[in-house]
Every structure is written in C-alpha cells, then in structure tokens.
Design a protein around this ligand. Structure first.
Ligand code: XMP
Length: 522
C-alpha cells in the first residue's frame, strides 16, 4: 500500500454559468499547463478555497443578470484574494455584484467585432502582446453600461464601450468577448496573460504529472484490493485499464465481453494488446450466442438497445462473480460524462437515444467505483493513452456505440448479416486509413440496409442487399457534418465491396448532416 500524500496541484475552477464554450475554456487553460475544473456556479467560496485556486474564471451563459432566476455566484469569492476573470455573462454578474449596472444593449453583438485596447498601464496586465486593434468574437445582447468608480475600462468595440474592465482595488478582470474561441485570434494570449501575469501560475500541469498523481490516487483508493475493469474495445476503457495496471499490476482483472456485435478483428486486437503486450489478467467471455438469441426477431432500435444492455449486465455480473475477492469496478468515465450526467448545473440533454455503455453497470453490483479519467477530455485521454504506450490504432480508434453493429445492421440481426456488414465496414476503414483520412474524420462506418436491390453481374441478375457508407466530421458528436470524402476513394470502396463481397448489389453514401440526421442510423 502506498501512503503518499495527495498532491494539491494549483487548480483553476471555472464557474459554469452554462456557456456553450465552457469546455473550450477548460481546454485552453489546461493547454496552458494549469489544471482546470468546471464547477457549479453556486459553489461556496470556502469550497473553492479548498481547491487551492490559483485563479477563478466565471464563464459566459445564456441568462440575463437582471432576470429573477439568473444564476449567481457566492459574493465571497471576491474576498478570497484570488484573481478572477469574468467572461461575457461572467463579467456582467461580477460587475453587478461589485457595484456596476448591466442593461440590454441598444444592439446585440454577435460574431466578429473590432476591439480597441486602451493604451494605459492598467490594460497591460491582460493585454500585453495583443495588438492595440484586434478582432474578437462576441455573443451578447446585454452589456455592462454603468460602472461604479471602482472599475477601469480597458477596451471597447464600436457597440460596446466596456468590452474589457478591471477593478481598481481587487484582482478582478472582465472581458465581454470570448477569448477561448479560435475566432478571437489573440484570445489565447489574453488567457495566458491572466494565468501567468495575473494569477502567477507556474503552468506545470502536464499529462505525465496527471499520470503520476492518478497512479498515487488509485493506489490510495484500492490498497491491496482487487479491481475489475470492463473493456469495451474503445479508447476510454483501454486507457483506464492501462493506467490502473500501471498503478496496481496483477491486482487488476479485465473482462471483455464478446457480444458478437463487434467490428472485424476487435476481439483479437484487445487480446493481443492486453494479454500479450501488457500481460494483464484478461477474461474474454464468448457471449455471441446469448446476445444473438436475445436479439432474434427484434428490429426496433430502442428494443435492441434495451436487450443488449440487459444481456451485458447479466454476462458481466456472472463473470465478475467468479472473481471472488473483487471489491472495485473501474470505469472509463470522462469529464464530459461527469458534467452531462447532471451535476445539475445548466445543462439539459434531450434523451434522443437510449444509450448503453460499458459504464452503465448498475449500482446493485455492489462495487466501489474507480474512475481515474473523470477529469479528462477525450483528446487528453488519447494523449494519456500514448504516454502509457497503448498502440496507436487503439488510441485513435473512432468511438463505437455500446450496442455495436446491432444499430448498424438495420432490421433483423443474424450472424450472416453481421458478417457481411463487418466485411464491408473493414473495406471502408482500410481505404480511409490508406488515404490518410481516418484521423480527420470523427466516425466512419458501414451500415447494412434492410433493402434488396437489383444488380447485373456478368450475365446474371442478382437481388441483394445495399450497404450505406457513413462518415462524419465532428468535434463533439452533438453536431456533425458528412465528410467530403474524395470521389475516387468512394469509388474504390464501392468497387471493392461489390466485387469482394459479391452479395452486395449496391453501395450508397450518406450525405445527411446532424441535425437532423443522427450519426448512427438507428
Ligand atoms: P447519434 O447517433 O445519437 O450518436 O448522433 C452520437 C454518438 O453516440 C454514439 N451512440 C451511442 N453510444 N450507446 C453508445 O455507447 C448507444 O446506444 C449509442 N447510440 C449512439 C454514436 O456512435 C455517436 O458517437
């Protein structure tokens, strides 16, 4: 058992008032080497203090500060003596709490605006290295329009005379524009100035530190106990397993359920990575028959998801019970999952599809959870995967839904249809990888349609199924656009699928964006 003390790293809490850009703020701060955490905007000053904050950022948000139900923050945060940067709504709420006035602007300001920075020493702290006239991205209807004597104006645009401000005696700064978006070309510099010149951050947060700190934390949590980790074939559970293995070695047992709904060679790649390369105790459960018989005759997508979710829990539970001394269950929960699973503040996600993940194991299994990736975004998990030495194709693998090929095999699921889909999918992936386009697309896959179509091959007329190709570009999977893949690549894929598989008569390419079309067909 490792008794190392927890490291209290310098942290920058971001009070999340519901901005669509809040995750970008966190990312920019982390890229600058400071650990950023999104927190409930109502968090008490005393709680924030425990995080050892080097500074605090108040995010933007959709509300108006003069609405009765507008989210507010604890006024005492301004007495912590810690530098605070308010962005958009965050600047407005702070100005209001510190004696300023916020009103609806004569005109809203959305999109690019020209910012003129005051040539004063007071503006230097935030704007050193930023040209005196520069483009910024605005998105606001309200604005601060009367400041108490306590504030100084630092910059203005044509419609917003107080586009950046600072308090005379407290370390508070506010910007009406969004420094975190790429449309504000010098926004990174503004954030850096805040972190380094104003907060005096050391900027030492790196993936290696994260790995070392997590290893210590895992050892502290688990002691000599045994941990089970469900592998899904995806990057999150793979990175969680590799990290936990680095921390506790043979105390980890991984379970991989082969549900018969996997991509081509997926099981083999998990086996070779985890068993052969990392020498992890890996149990592979061959549950194909169980899943396929549960799905027999089922065509309704949500019904498929429910049955798969239930079968997964049954199989996993059975296997887990054979590992007698296991007390902990590891999950690859990521930061966006933590935020979206309703820590409650300002986020509602319409439940369009009933998702099933390996993460969705019920509490009744009775394990204590180990979730070492709870603080990370997806790209950070990938970086950690590389640091841990996971193979590149596994680290960069596109996300794959929990119900697997069941939601890409439209209509009834049979072994034959799944095999056909797997082969078509593999051809598509091979060609996209060979064209060097795999990493620039977010998800690329084949879908087997429940449609027959006529083809003439030689002198024979055939009546065979249709394969749809789907490839999307997306950064958050909430919105997506179809990938503009080169025609000759699509031609090669189509020709290979109809020629090599023979039982496919037609290949079509899906050109639907999300919204309205979801990424998966079901
Ligand atoms: P949609 O199809 O809703 O997908 O645009 C958005 C993202 O979610 C994935 N997806 C799922 N993931 N269980 C999962 O674990 C599911 O049931 C499920 N359905 C969709 C999809 O692949 C995409 O990345």
């Amino acid at each position: 058992m490792n008794n190392a003390k927890p490291t209290v790293e310098e942290t920058l809490p971001i009070l999340d008032f519901g901005s669509q850009y809040v995750q970008l703020i966190a990312r920019r701060v982390r890229e600058a080497g400071v650990r950023a955490l999104l927190v409930d905007p109502a968090t008490h000053a005393e709680e924030l203090k425990k995080l050892n904050p080097v500074g605090i950022i108040l995010s933007g948000g959709p509300s108006s500060v003069y609405q009765a139900d507008a989210p507010r923050c604890d006024e005492n945060i301004f007495n912590l003596g810690v530098p605070i940067l308010g962005i958009c709504y965050g600047m407005q709420i702070a100005a209001e709490l510190l004696g300023g006035k916020v009103k609806k602007g004569n005109a809203g300001e959305y999109g690019a605006a020209r910012l003129t920075v005051a040539a004063t020493p007071e503006a230097d702290d935030l704007f050193t290295g930023v040209p005196p006239s520069t483009n910024v991205w605005m998105s606001h209807g309200d604005q601060v329009n009367a400041l108490g004597n306590e504030f100084i104006s630092l910059a203005a645009t044509q419609t917003c005379s107080l586009a950046a401000i600072r308090h005379r005696s407290r370390p508070f700064f506010g910007v009406q524009f969004h420094p975190e978006v790429t449309h504000t070309p010098h926004g990174g510099k503004v954030l850096e100035n805040f972190l380094y010149r104003i907060c005096k951050a050391t900027g030492t947060w790196r993936m290696n530190n994260f790995m070392e700190t997590s290893i210590e934390a895992i050892r502290r949590q688990v002691g000599t106990g045994r941990v089970i980790c469900g592998l899904s074939g995806g990057v999150d559970s793979a990175v969680a397993a590799a990290l936990i293995h680095r921390a506790i070695g043979h105390q980890l047992t991984c379970i991989f359920v082969d549900n018969g709904l996997l991509r081509k060679n997926e099981r083999q790649s998990v086996e070779s990575t985890f068993r052969d390369h990392f020498h992890i105790d890996l149990r592979v459960v061959d549950a194909e028959d169980e899943f396929l018989s549960a799905l027999k005759g089922v065509t309704e997508p949500q019904e498929k998801r429910k049955l798969i979710g239930k079968a997964f829990v049954d199989v996993f539970k059975r296997e887990a019970q054979t590992i007698h001394d296991a007390r902990f269950l590891a999950q690859g929960t990521l930061y966006p999952d933590v935020i979206e699973s309703g820590q409650g503040y300002w986020r509602t996600a319409a439940n369009i599809k009933l998702h099933h993940n390996v993460g969705g194991l019920p509490a009744e299994l009775g394990f204590e959870l180990v979730e070492p990736l709870r603080e990370l975004f997806k790209d950070e998990v990938r970086r950690l995967g590389e640091v841990l030495g996971l193979p590149e194709p596994m680290v960069w693998r596109h996300p794959f839904p929990g119900p697997g090929l069941a939601v890409r095999c439209i209509g009834e699921i049979t072994r034959e249809r799944l095999d056909l889909l797997r082969d078509a999918d593999e051809i598509f992936l091979e060609e996209v990888v060979a064209a060097g386009l795999y990493r620039s697309t977010a998800q690329t896959f084949a879908v087997l349609l429940p449609v027959q179509s006529v083809a003439v091959m030689g002198d024979d007329r055939s009546y065979n199924p249709v394969i749809a190709l789907r490839s999307v570009d997306s950064s958050d999977f909430m919105t997506a656009d179809w990938s503009r893949l080169p025609y000759d690549l699509l031609a090669r894929v189509s020709s290979r699928i109809v020629n090599e598989l023979r039982t496919v008569s037609r290949v079509v390419y899906d050109v639907t964006s999300k919204p309205p079309g979801t990424i998966e067909w079901e």
